[in-house]
Design a protein around this ligand. Structure first.
Ligand SMILES: O=P(O)(O)OC[C@H]1O[C@](O)(CO)[C@@H](O)[C@@H]1O
Length: 555
């Protein structure tokens, strides 16, 4: 483990990058492409069905060498091995981070506290397979003996975003009869809108919560249970319609879930890394267990690549280091995820939790305050839609936000020339971001339109596009379970690699606890008929009183 005094920004490799950045300030990517006709091939890597063109970055081979030197100085290869070996790399919670075990296809054991965990992982996969088969084959039916038509997954954060992303990404593989709905928010509109459209006789509820203590999930489960009991169900029938996935079996049983309907999770899997576990049940029910296993095998292929490829050819490491280059040396606070694929439209939201809950940290593993930037603001949306929404800022704004463009070479739904047009949009955006438009080019265009000189002079500055805006282009043949698995695993490992270099704990999330703690007292005060004494600031007190004045008569 690096010592506290090895603060990242004190390392010679860090200083070498800072000096290099100073020398790069006048460099434009246009020139880098003109100087090196082979640039595309030189900055191209592929693994596990994913291809990465990182040539449209403000980097040279010297830049990449210096970034790789920083990664080695931070012992990245050793830390990768430590993760796969189950070392307690989640130092603050003294736990391993073994989401890779969930998709481990190898024969080697993976031990936690001296126990090989693979038998239990594989046993749970087998239980999932049997459950999924019984539901999809209609052997498991509702209380009026009808096959299930709807699955409602109740969970939030990693118990929601991951399975929802995978379900949506693999919509072409969905079972004909089974519809999947997700309920996460404590906003009653979320569950109301779902319950409005389903039949209690043919609905299966999955309660997804690693802790089984998350307020939103427990409150929504109570509503779902009451709805079921008031629409034909009864206590004895709960076991036919409610299944839980949790690491807290006791709480789930106390809540009324029958033990044989509880699938385990483990504390060595973080919520945002858990879609590969039984938390993936909604996905497995809709796409089938064969496709779910293909998802796992795609992720495993990326795991093997991450664990064995030289850093220079390692896709997660390349993406991680490029993010550090811009975040720590070019003051980029954000990073855009732009899937040019309707089915992958949920990817930015999942990666927001994956990245921002992992690396949104301000102390090192040793508890030292950092004096450098850590995790970026992750944002984004589906292309080509974003071009008509926020790409203006990417092209002419003052904020630097590197972007990942993600696109399949083949669509599931060939319609007219749509895929070629989508692909052309993706490439034209990355080209425009890279090359921009000079004032001379802007002037020439305006003159070619026959505008008078004073109009040319007036408009030209508004038409200049600086360019030199970095982007990565990630390609894959088609959005199959394997490529979706590999793609998500790629970003998991990118996130981990950045956390190693920033020396933060990417697997805890203490920052979310304070809001939960404060919320308890505020809720008591909101619900109290009598005004309870103010707890702290006048804003919170004033807002509580505003709410109470609308909800308690005579108060
Ligand atoms: O699965 P659980 O325990 O309900 O937690 C849901 C989510 O809440 C968090 O713990 C944050 O509060 C996430 O890390 C997690 O994915």
């Amino acid at each position: 483990m690096p010592q506290a005094h090895d603060l990242l920004s004190r390392r010679p490799e860090w200083r070498a990058l800072a000096e290099h950045q100073a020398s790069m300030q006048q460099v434009h990517m246009r020139d880098l492409f003109h100087q090196d006709p082979d640039r595309f091939r030189r900055f191209f890597a592929e693994a596990a069905g994913i291809s990465l063109d990182y040539s449209k970055n403000l980097v040279t081979t010297d830049t990449m060498a210096r970034l790789m030197a920083l990664a080695r100085a931070c012992q990245l290869p050793d830390r990768i091995e430590a993760m796969f070996r189950g070392e307690h790399i989640n130092a603050s919670e003294d736990r391993p981070a073994l989401h890779v075990a969930l998709r481990n296809m190898g024969s080697e054991p993976i031990t936690v506290a001296g126990e090989d965990i693979m038998p239990e992982v594989r046993g749970t996969l087998a239980r999932m397979e049997e459950f999924v088969w019984r539901v999809r084959s209609t052997q498991w039916r509702g209380f009026t003996n009808k096959p299930f038509t709807d699955v409602v997954s109740i969970g939030i954060g990693g118990s929601f975003l991951g399975p929802k992303l995978v379900s949506a990404s693999l919509k072409p593989y969905w079972h004909g009869r089974l519809n999947c709905h997700y309920v996460a928010n404590i906003d009653g509109s979320h569950i109301t809108e779902v319950l409005r459209h389903i039949n209690p006789e043919t609905t299966l509820f999955l309660i997804q919560s690693k802790s089984f203590k998350t307020q939103e999930t427990l409150e929504n489960t109570k509503v779902a249970r009451e709805w079921f009991l008031h629409n034909g169900g009864n206590e004895e029938l709960i076991s036919k319609h409610f299944v839980a996935v949790t690491a807290n079996t006791r709480e789930a049983i106390d809540f009324g879930i029958t033990e044989e309907n509880i699938f385990p999770m483990w504390d060595w899997v973080g919520g945002r890394y858990s879609l590969w576990s039984a938390i993936g049940l909604p996905t497995a029910l809709t796409i089938g267990m064969e496709n779910f296993r293909a998802l796992l095998s795609g992720a495993h292929a990326m795991d093997q690549h991450f664990r064995t490829a030289p850093l220079e050819d390692n896709l997660p490491v390349i993406l991680a280091l490029l993010g550090i280059w811009y975040g720590n040396f070019w003051q980029a606070d954000a990073h855009a995820i732009l899937p040019y694929d309707h089915y992958l439209r949920g990817l930015p939201a999942h990666l927001q939790q994956l990245d921002m809950e992992s690396n949104g940290k301000c102390v090192t593993q040793a508890g030292e305050p950092v004096d450098y930037q850590t995790g970026p603001i992750i944002w984004g949306g589906a292309g080509a839609n974003g071009q008509h929404a926020y790409h203006q800022l990417l092209h002419q704004g003052t904020k630097l936000s590197p972007a990942d463009f993600i696109i399949p070479l083949h669509t599931h739904n060939p319609v007219a020339n749509h895929h070629a047009i989508l692909f052309a949009n993706c490439l034209s955006q990355t080209q425009a971001l890279m090359q921009g438009k000079t004032e001379a080019e802007a002037r020439a265009e305006l003159e070619a339109q026959g505008l008078p000189p004073e109009e040319v002079a007036r408009l030209a500055p508004h038409k200049v596009i600086p360019g030199n805006k970095p982007s990565n282009t990630l390609l894959f043949e088609r959005g199959t379970p394997r490529t979706v698995g590999a793609l998500i695993a790629l970003y998991e490992h990118k996130t981990f690699a950045q956390g190693v270099i920033w020396d933060v704990d990417s697997f805890d999330q203490w920052g979310v606890e304070l809001g939960k703690q404060l919320g308890k007292d505020i809720l008591d005060r909101l619900l109290s008929r009598d005004a309870l004494p103010g707890a702290n600031d006048s804003s919170t007190d004033g807002l509580i009183e505003l709410f109470r004045s609308r909800h308690h008569n005579g108060s």
